[in-house]
Write a protein that binds this ligand. Structure first.
Ligand SMILES: C[S@@+](CC[C@H](N)C(=O)[O-])C[C@H]1O[C@@H](n2cnc3c(N)ncnc32)[C@H](O)[C@@H]1O
Length: 262
């Protein structure tokens, strides 16, 4: 009888834990997207639908990847944790840091202490397109225009982590252009690889340097697959070069991902 009571209590506590995690992560998503105070986007309006889809550029919120993007990170990382897929998490192209802050919060929620969240960015916006080497990046206007919005300093991103109580030694920064920082990044294995660097060059530099480190059973997520044709081209070129046939899945209007099978 006593044994049965003990089992009962353990089961109740597991449910309390699970629902507390779900509530924490749900609130994190609402805060990171600023669905609470509903800041305007760069067009001067707020639309719940656009913000959830990740189709607007917020003036205050800490990420532009939308609820669909955050849900996708959560689904992938929970699967990685459940199946003990080895490796760290990384996003290449973090802007204000919302997506990586969310990765850290998931590790925190599940009490995962042996994985690092890597935060890779120039922290000064997009590179000047190298159209000789990458003609796909023939950008229609000078990068200084988008960079007025995209150039967020490392200090600002650190500060954003701190606001959520999530800046600690499980968060590490790789500051600089991907072509310089990724080849020698001190990362052994990756379980979650998220690409959000917009350009062909930025996407290809990430794939070449980091995809070989992605564990089998881990996930690669591409934010700009539909939004930026040069990003899709880089993904298709790399898949062709390396004979990758894993099925590309959809997560929202522009986000695509796959689970590495071999
Ligand atoms: C669209 S934003 C990322 C949005 C972000 N993932 C979020 O959660 O909202 C693109 C970012 O990629 C960075 N970036 C693009 N190409 C880069 C490169 N080659 N090297 C370093 N940073 C790059 C920019 O500085 C910018 O912060």
């Amino acid at each position: 009888m006593k044994k049965i009571n003990l089992y009962f209590i353990v089961i109740i506590f597991s449910f309390v834990d699970i629902s507390a995690n779900a509530l924490y992560l749900d609130l994190m998503k609402r805060c990171l997207l600023n669905l609470v105070y509903q800041d305007a986007n760069t067009e001067g309006t707020f639309s719940q639908d656009l913000r959830e889809q990740g189709r607007d550029c917020p003036t205050q919120a800490h990420t532009m990847i939308g609820l669909h993007g955050l849900n996708n990170i959560q689904n992938c990382l929970e699967d990685i944790i459940k199946n003990n897929i080895p490796g760290d998490c990384i996003e290449t192209g973090v802007w204000r840091g919302g997506a990586v802050i969310f990765m850290r919060s998931i590790l925190k929620a599940y009490n995962v202490t042996d994985r690092t969240v890597w935060v890779a960015d120039s922290f000064e916006g997009l590179p000047v397109p190298n159209t000789e080497k990458y003609p796909e990046d023939n950008y229609p206007y000078n990068v200084s225009t988008p960079n007025k919005i995209l150039a967020i300093s490392l200090e600002q991103v650190r500060d954003n982590f701190t606001k959520y109580g999530l800046l600690d030694d499980q968060v590490r920064f790789l500051k600089g252009w991907f072509k310089d920082t990724l080849p020698n990044a001190p990362i052994d294995k990756i379980a979650l690889l998220r690409l959000d660097g917009d350009f062909y060059e930025s996407t290809m530099d990430t794939l070449i340097n980091l995809y070989p480190k992605l564990s089998v059973g881990g996930y690669i997520i591409i934010d700009d697959y539909v939004a930026m044709t040069q990003c899709e081209k880089a993904i298709q070129d790399y898949r062709r070069m390396h004979n990758i046939t894993d099925k590309i899945e959809e997560a929202g209007w522009s986000i695509r991902y796959w689970k590495k099978s071999k």
